[in-house]
Design a protein around this ligand. Structure first.
Ligand SMILES: *[C@@H]1O[C@H](CO)[C@@H](O)[C@H](O)[C@H]1NC(C)=O
Ligand SMILES: *[C@@H]1O[C@H](CO)[C@@H](O)[C@H](O)[C@H]1NC(C)=O
Ligand SMILES: *[C@@H]1O[C@H](CO)[C@@H](O)[C@H](O)[C@H]1NC(C)=O
Ligand SMILES: *[C@@H]1O[C@H](CO)[C@@H](O)[C@H](O)[C@H]1NC(C)=O
Length: 581
């Protein structure tokens, strides 16, 4: 069991942060009143809590409605004026025009420092008296405790987790959590009681500004919110935030209090979101819920991360030693090949595009090889759940020689060792580079009589795991290969230049027992250089490749023409594609 953390002991004098409630209201007095009463019935443990109420104006109305609308507004203003808030300052912002939910949310806050937190509630919410106890615990445990802090977490949602924002037909896995799980990480923002952390929110505001000004729309295919956006446009804000979160790879903390309980519930009163009242979405957790200890918070490393499709994300898979490659292989799906992808000469955008294809094709078994610890990709890929081998570090862990070899030589040697690891773990291995793009999830050559296949055209290497391949590709083999690589490459200027693993391996095989089976894959693989205008791909194309020398702009242009450039101007996938697991 996990250690229990108790923060709210009376010894802790004052909070290291400020906390403000941002209440977004409109024309629903009874909702607003219910919401305010629940907020003022909560326990604040002597902390100062300010309350900001934003009241949107009614839109232009016909003269017949005008009197009623004015009266309603004045009633609401009278109510909030008279409402006693004893925990801090109360501030009322009454708008002069109808701005809608987008501006209500976005203009509610501009963080002025990193110790400022807000909790945004719409007026049809009701919160538990214990909601602040949890929020304070979350802030202290996941923001101020260094060992549990992640800059990729943008806040916490107090609503019950639901996965209704994915388009029908493309919906991912049902939210499945065991009864022990109290907290987990999931990208979606919850609009029913959302705690926001200052930095990501400020970043979002700047991102929104940039995209709005340039006329870029928050379109993310596969999400229901994209449909909402097409219908409601700038009335709503969630499509913008979701697009931002998706592009940055940020996460939200969610609670799992079982039995449809939560610390914040929406009564789903009629308004922008609901045509008619839909009733509360869950039960409020309160003091009588003795089975839940709100402050029993696990360390961040023990929490589970999920993507939009509610599939596990495994951040932090980085191998700096050969033995750590085995740890990565343990997390891979059995029965499927492992794609070993060299990123020696790749650009960020090409890699991002490749990752989107992996997502689309449901390819999960892949490992990227980055040159060294300085590689920019090393900071982005593992945190988003993409496993990475740091080539120079793994090289150092294998050879104790202090010889300064080129990165190409190091990578070539490390690949031989990693392939051996894959074979030992029972995985077939596909060795590709970022100048290749698989178009099907498990490209099949007509395997018959060998374990080592080379695509004549694509320069893809396939190593099948079998007792005979493990016998050939053994420790002696990799040691011999490693000892020969340097000479092979230095003797051949072509190898030195193109650095293709298959070319080097073929050269090695000439003088050794390795029998590579050359497969004529010219009908399966397609060279990007051959694209002309509107040409479409032959139907059975399984792999696209291009010369490593081809410039990025041409690669981008050709892939775009083929409909295979599936990232947007932020280099993030244009769509969320879910697969049943
Ligand atoms: C509301 O009325 C004002 C003044 O009559 C007008 O300028 C504005 O365009 C109207 N807005 C809408 C949304 O109809
Ligand atoms: C910070 O978190 C770690 C890991 O969960 C925990 O061991 C430690 O006690 C926490 N520190 C404080 C001051 O609560
Ligand atoms: C490629 O396909 C064409 C047309 O089907 C066929 O004639 C040719 O023999 C094939 N080439 C190879 C190498 O399989
Ligand atoms: C590509 O297709 C478009 C529309 O079908 C056509 O207008 C254009 O001329 C074509 N371009 C080439 C190079 O064939």
């Amino acid at each position: 069991s996990t250690p229990t953390t108790h923060f709210l002991s009376p010894q802790k004098p004052s909070s290291p942060f400020t906390f403000t409630i941002k209440l977004l209201a409109y024309n629903r007095l009874s909702s607003l009143s219910r919401c305010l009463h629940s907020l003022s019935s909560a326990h604040y443990y002597g902390d100062t809590v300010d309350l900001h109420i934003f009241i949107d104006h009614f839109p232009n109305s016909s003269s017949s409605d005008l009197g009623r609308n004015l009266e309603n507004s004045h009633e609401i203003l009278g109510f909030v004026d008279g409402f006693k808030w004893v925990f801090g300052k109360k501030l009322i912002h009454y708008r002069t025009i109808n701005v809608g939910l987008q501006a209500q949310w976005l203009e509610a806050w501009w963080p002025s420092h990193d110790d400022e937190f807000v909790f945004v509630v719409e007026d049809d919410l009701e919160v538990s008296p214990l909601y602040y106890k949890l929020i304070k615990g979350l802030i202290l445990n996941y923001y101020y405790n260094h060992s549990n802090f992640s800059p990729w977490i943008f806040g916490a949602s107090l609503q019950r987790p639901r996965s209704c924002t994915l388009a029908p037909g493309k919906h991912g896995n049902k939210i499945k959590l065991d009864s022990e799980t109290r907290f987990f990480l999931y990208p979606l923002v919850g609009t029913w009681g959302q705690l926001l952390f200052p930095r990501p929110w400020k970043e979002f505001r700047l991102w929104y500004d940039d995209h709005k000004a340039k006329g870029i729309k928050p379109v993310l295919d596969g999400m229901v919110t994209t449909g909402w956006y097409k219908k409601l446009g700038e009335k709503i804000w969630t499509p913008w935030f979701i697009k931002f979160i998706h592009s940055r790879g940020y996460f939200n903390i969610y609670t799992n209090f079982l039995h449809e309980r939560a610390l914040s519930v929406s009564h789903r009163d009629p308004g922008v979101n609901y045509g008619k009242t839909a009733g509360p979405d869950s039960q409020l957790l309160d003091e009588s819920s003795h089975d839940i200890n709100l402050l029993d918070m696990q360390s961040l490393s023990d929490l589970h991360w999920y993507d939009f499709c509610f599939r596990r994300v495994l951040p932090g898979r980085v191998a700096k030693k050969l033995s750590e490659v085995s740890h990565i292989l343990h997390t891979m799906e059995k029965q499927k090949p492992v794609l070993l992808v060299s990123l020696l000469k790749s650009s960020q955008t090409i890699v991002k595009n490749l990752i989107c294809h992996f997502e689309r094709l449901n390819i999960q078994n892949y490992i990227f090889m980055v040159p060294n610890s300085e590689s920019d990709l090393l900071h982005d890929l593992p945190r988003r759940g993409h496993p990475v081998i740091v080539t120079e570090d793994v090289f150092d862990s294998i050879t104790r020689s202090k010889k300064s070899s080129s990165i190409l030589i190091k990578e070539t040697m490390v690949k031989a060792f990693v392939i051996k690891k894959c074979l030992e773990s029972g995985f077939d291995n596909w060795v590709i580079a970022s100048n290749m793009l698989p178009l099907i999830s498990n490209p099949q050559f007509d395997f018959t009589d060998s374990s080592f296949y080379v695509g004549k055209d694509s320069r893809l290497l396939v190593v099948r795991s079998s007792s005979s391949s493990r016998e050939v590709w053994d420790e002696r083999f990799v040691q011999k290969f490693a000892a020969t690589v340097e000479t092979l490459i230095s003797q051949d200027s072509l190898l030195k230049e193109n650095g293709n693993f298959v070319d080097i391996l073929e050269k090695f095989a000439e003088n050794h027992v390795l029998r590579l089976k050359s497969v004529n894959d010219v009908n399966y693989s397609f060279k990007l250089e051959r694209v002309h205008g509107n040409q479409s791909l032959p139907t059975n194309t399984k792999m696209i490749s291009w010369s490593p020398e081809m410039d990025i702009d041409s690669v981008h242009k050709y892939l775009e023409e083929l409909g295979l450039w599936i990232i947007d101007s932020d280099s993030s996938c244009k769509a969320v594609v879910c697969h049943q697991s």
